[in-house]
Design a protein. Structure first.
Ligand SMILES: Cc1ncc(COP(=O)(O)O)c(C=O)c1O
Length: 378
């Protein structure tokens, strides 16, 4: 049977054909035909105003942070239980990070704790849709509008997830997707920024194209292009976009395949959860998730470590997740935790992720289930 990996990057079989096509097109840099196909697909599917592929989810977040025009000393509210990229982008823009506790049921930012963290310096709220399960966006948007704040959704894990019928990433002012190899749809390294506030589209194009208005030039709107503002290079190469396009074409198949595995885990472990031995993820009403991740929470840290070890001995790779940012060296340097850390540290200490990827074999899935039941039923 062999080792069961935690993640296997998605591969559907048509990637090479499209990459070859990109090469044959003599257009392998950014904004070629495959980039356009991907951008348009994402815009249409998610009903988004504007989507632009980027070199990573991190660079999409960098773009969003820059577009928010944060000034040194401005504050950004975010969960501490997230990837360093969420925080780095705002540090790059000069912000002070204000971490807020998470909800234990979804591991998402606790929307009821946000208002208390707002000061006259607050500029942005950055909710992270952990495991592809949406944050409580109605409340977050209401708080943001009331206090005149921008919202950047870190939807790195939430491609294809929805909140009350709206695609994650399309609700705030900006949304950021990741197409890293660990994500549901991938191109190795890659991402996309979703611009939901039309006022930022032109600025985003310039920022992404080295500070030039080249996008307008290519559309024939201006006779020559010029350096008009600060910018950087966030364009994804068309070869990578070709790889991603293969997967977007069959996005529903990938999504359904992952959901089958997720549901199988959930059903199999319900009894353990009912007995109070483990905790399972909650999908709040109104949220449709994308089966990005399947995690369980053990009784405590030691039990989790023992479980990971037991699974490893049985050739199944299960892994913990984020070490909270507020207690990390950079977190201490760049931010502060507002309020009480009731769940961030204690719940992250207990969380473990199970193998989950497109095309996971039935037998492998069953082995993960059997070994997990064996460990916790002991
Ligand atoms: C929540 C979150 N934000 C941001 C990122 C960064 O995405 P990328 O790896 O594409 O830069 C990730 C990727 O792991 C993530 O999980």
């Amino acid at each position: 049977m062999g080792l069961i990996h935690f993640n296997v990057p998605p591969f559907v079989g048509t990637e090479f054909k499209y990459m070859q096509e990109a090469v044959n097109n003599h257009k392998i840099c950014g904004d070629g035909p495959f980039t356009k196909k991907c951008d348009e697909w994402l815009e249409k599917r998610f009903n988004a105003k504007k989507v632009m592929l980027t070199t990573s989810g991190s660079s999409a977040l960098d773009m969003a942070a820059i577009l928010c025009e944060i000034k040194p000393g401005d504050e950004v509210i975010l969960p501490s239980y997230t990837f360093s990229s969420t925080a780095n982008s705002f540090v790059l823009a000069g912000a002070t990070l204000v971490f807020v506790d998470i909800r234990p049921d979804t591991m998402n930012i606790d929307e009821t704790k946000i208002e208390d963290a707002i000061t006259e310096k607050t500029k942005v709220i950055c909710p992270v849709h952990y495991a592809g399960v949406a944050c409580e966006m109605d409340i977050i948007m209401e708080i943001a509008r009331k206090h005149n704040l921008l919202v950047v959704e870190d939807a790195a894990q939430a491609v294809m997830s929805t909140y009350k019928g709206q695609a994650c990433g399309t609700i705030g002012d900006f949304g950021c997707f990741s197409f890293h190899e660990t994500k549901n749809y991938s191109m190795g390294e890659g991402g996309a920024i979703v611009i939901n506030n039309e006022a930022y589209i032109e600025k985003a194009e310039i920022l992404r194209e080295k500070g030039t208005n080249r996008s307008q030039f290519f559309r024939g709107q201006i006779a020559k292009y010029n350096w008009v503002d600060f910018g950087d290079s966030y364009l994804q190469s068309d070869i990578n976009a070709a790889y991603l396009w293969a997967q977007l074409e069959v996005a529903d198949d990938i999504n359904n395949n992952r959901l089958v595995a997720w549901n199988a885990y959930y059903e199999a472990f319900k009894t353990l959860a009912d007995k109070g031995i483990i905790e399972l993820p909650t999908i709040p009403e109104g949220c449709i998730h994308n089966a990005h991740m399947f995690y369980i929470k053990c009784k405590d840290f030691d039990k989790r470590q023992a479980y990971i070890q037991f699974m490893k001995e049985n050739e199944v790779l299960c892994v913990f997740h984020y070490v909270p940012l507020h207690s990390a060296p950079a977190g201490l340097k760049f931010g502060r935790f507002n309020g009480i850390d009731k769940h961030t540290t204690s719940d992250s200490d207990r969380l473990v992720r199970l193998p989950m990827y497109y095309g996971i074999k039935k037998d492998d899935l069953q082995k993960v289930i059997d070994k997990t039941l064996e460990f916790f039923d002991k």
